[in-house]
Design a binder for this molecule. Structure first.
Ligand SMILES: Cc1cc2nc3c(=O)[nH]c(=O)nc-3n(C[C@H](O)[C@H](O)[C@H](O)COP(=O)(O)OP(=O)(O)OC[C@H]3O[C@@H](n4cnc5c(N)ncnc54)[C@H](O)[C@@H]3O)c2cc1C
Length: 412
């Protein structure tokens, strides 16, 4: 019987371990934490956006990081397969806005529990508080790992230790050290899906304000390079939320090249300039006896009003009936071209995903096997792949885990 060691009990490692055992291997799963799936349990704000219902071709476009490498795994274990897999384990899923798939219970922890059940069903030996520090090699073959100072022999080792973001969840980059030991190239880890820090300090005044239907445009050296529509959030340092995370990739790249980065927000993208002007006029007419500062309650969330008034530079006490056309235009501009100058991105530790990792050119895309070392496999975020928000990163972890587990068990 093939003996397999899986390093890391995140989504990729759990899927790999269970599939390898189901295929007939004897599997030990080593996880450094005292529980499995610590990061998985906090995904999707604790609701677990495990995949996306998009068809596979559309899905593949959502991986800016090495999408062609993912063709094989995503076709071999699709989003539909993943939903069926969890349904069979008793976890029904639902599709929400933007095709995002969540467990019906809205609890990511139920996904973790289902995976644990899958491991137990197939007799995977789960060893928690077990940190792997080295690979055991014999020439160009792997022979096992060193864990908590002891030797664990194996015919195959699957490294599924994740990236380096959110290190408190256990992903601290150990896998990169193991991969380097085996001679693999590590493409420099970079933050992907990361909040942006702005030069404008007024964002502090609106910390925590979340907006639903916003259009964000990212400009690099005044050229439009990315555009997203959806939800965003103001934070004490700048901006975050799904659409900001999605456009952050280009910001990371541009800032590292010393380029100028700006985000322009349109807070009312559903309206044309004329429609918005008419809307403002309507609101002003309704509040004709009030001061400007008391006329925007229907237009904006309460907490944003003070800041938008400051940005429009219209004195807040101005009687509404004295607001000039030019002032209205200034307000329109503030609403539709709210400009933020990006000074930096938040550190890698705060990124949702790590771009970079084990070079895809050194991994067989059909098996996840190392091209350099016999018996060594990779799965999940440790590989130099990354996707957009919307469930794509977990799907990639599950699909690569699925392929790695079966291939390692068959010694492909
Ligand atoms: C806040 C947050 C929210 C997210 N939300 C979503 C979402 O809704 N949808 C989505 O698709 N993606 C989401 N992601 C991204 C997604 O969670 C990751 O891409 C995914 O967890 C990667 O899976 P993985 O198994 O490769 O790595 P991880 O989940 O990082 O698991 C790696 C495991 O390996 C263990 N490990 C590390 N080193 C060792 C060692 N030396 N020995 C033993 N064990 C070790 C770690 O403790 C960890 O348990 C989110 C990420 C964050 C941070």
């Amino acid at each position: 019987m093939v003996q397999i060691v899986v390093v890391g009990g995140g989504p990729a490692g759990m899927m790999a371990a269970g599939q390898a055992a189901k295929t007939g291997a004897k599997v030990v799963l080593l996880e450094r934490n005292s529980r499995l799936g610590k990061k998985l349990a906090i995904t999707g704000k604790g609701r677990g956006n495990i995949t996306n219902a998009a068809d596979i071709e559309d899905m593949i476009r959502q991986y800016p990081g090495n999408r062609s490498f993912l063709y094989g795994p995503l076709y071999r274990f699709t989003n539909e397969d993943l939903r069926r897999f969890f349904r069979d384990l008793g976890v029904a899923t639902v599709i929400e806005r933007g095709g995002r798939v969540f467990p019906e219970s809205q609890r990511a922890q139920d996904i973790v529990a289902a995976l644990e059940k899958f491991l137990i069903n197939h007799n995977v030996k789960i060893k928690k508080e077990s940190r792997v520090t080295a690979l055991l090699m014999n020439g160009s073959s792997v022979q096992g790992v060193k864990c908590n100072g002891e030797i664990v022999p194996a015919d195959a080792v699957i490294i599924a230790t994740g990236g380096v973001s959110y290190p408190a969840t256990g992903s601290t980059g150990d896998g990169y050290t193991l991969a380097k030991q085996a001679g693999h190239t590590i493409v420099t880890p970079q933050p992907a899906l990361v909040p942006l820090e702005t030069k404008e300090r007024w964002v502090r005044d609106v910390t925590g304000v979340a907006l639903k239907n916003v259009r964000a445009k990212l400009y690099v050296n005044e050229q439009l390079v990315a555009e997203e529509f959806g939800e965003m959030l103001f934070t004490h340092y700048g901006i975050s939320g799904p659409i900001i995370l999605t456009i952050s990739r280009q910001a990371v790249m541009a800032l590292s090249q010393g380029k100028q980065v700006q985000v322009k927000l349109n807070l009312k993208p559903a309206l044309t300039a004329e429609q918005l002007d008419a809307r403002l006029l309507r609101d002003f007419n309704k509040n004709i006896r009030k001061q400007f500062k008391n006329s925007l309650n229907d237009l904006l969330p309460q907490r944003l009003i003070g800041t938008m008034i400051k940005l429009s530079q219209i004195p807040p006490e101005t009687p509404v009936n004295q607001i000039t056309k030019e002032q209205r235009q200034a307000m329109l501009k503030a609403l539709t071209e709210l400009t933020l100058h990006i000074k930096s991105v938040r550190p890698l530790s705060e990124a949702i995903v790590t771009a970079g990792g084990v070079a895809v050119t050194e991994i067989q895309p059909t098996t996840m096997a190392s091209k350099l070392v016999t018996g060594l496999y990779f799965a999940g975020e440790i590989i130099d792949i990354d996707g957009n928000t919307g469930g794509y990163n977990l799907q990639a972890a599950f699909s690569t885990g699925f392929v790695a587990g079966i291939s390692a068990a068959k010694q492909e």
